[in-house]
Design a protein around this ligand. Structure first.
Ligand code: NI
Length: 134
């Protein structure tokens, strides 16, 4: 099996809080990320697709097609958005990188018909990255 990866970037804001908890517990658990008026990140996403390259194309997936899928299905829906209120598929979830990676997987997996989705990596900063493998 060969793994191929396409990267993309977006910027978005969010606030981490659990509406079921009192303010003090939210502040304790989420710290600075609980700032009432939110804060922003420059996110990087890496989408990895695996498969055997077929003889006729030699490509697991056409990376231009994968780039277009990521752009249309993810980037256009989250870039320059408030992840708490603007993004339909994140409503009702705490918009941590973990939950975002799972949501991105659930959107992208059925759209990828060449090869199989293997991994979503979401970098919230240079040092903080989460990976979801389905
Ligand atoms: Ni944050």
């Amino acid at each position: 099996m060969v793994l191929v990866t396409r990267k993309a970037s977006f910027s978005a804001s969010h606030r981490l809080y659990n509406p079921a908890w009192p303010d003090a517990r939210n502040a304790e658990v989420f710290g600075k990320c609980n700032n009432p008026n939110g804060h922003g990140h420059n996110y990087d996403i890496e989408v990895t697709v695996g498969g055997d390259p077929p003889e006729d194309t030699g490509m697991v997936i056409d990376l231009k097609k994968l780039a277009d899928i990521i752009e249309a299905e993810i980037i256009e829906r989250v870039d320059h958005k408030n992840l708490n209120v603007d993004v339909d598929f994140l409503l009702g979830t705490i918009p941590t990188a973990e939950n975002m990676a799972i949501a991105f997987w659930n959107i992208l997996a059925p759209k990828i018909t060449e090869g199989t989705l293997r991994s979503i990596k979401l970098y919230e900063s240079a040092n903080n990255v989460v990976e979801y493998r389905g």
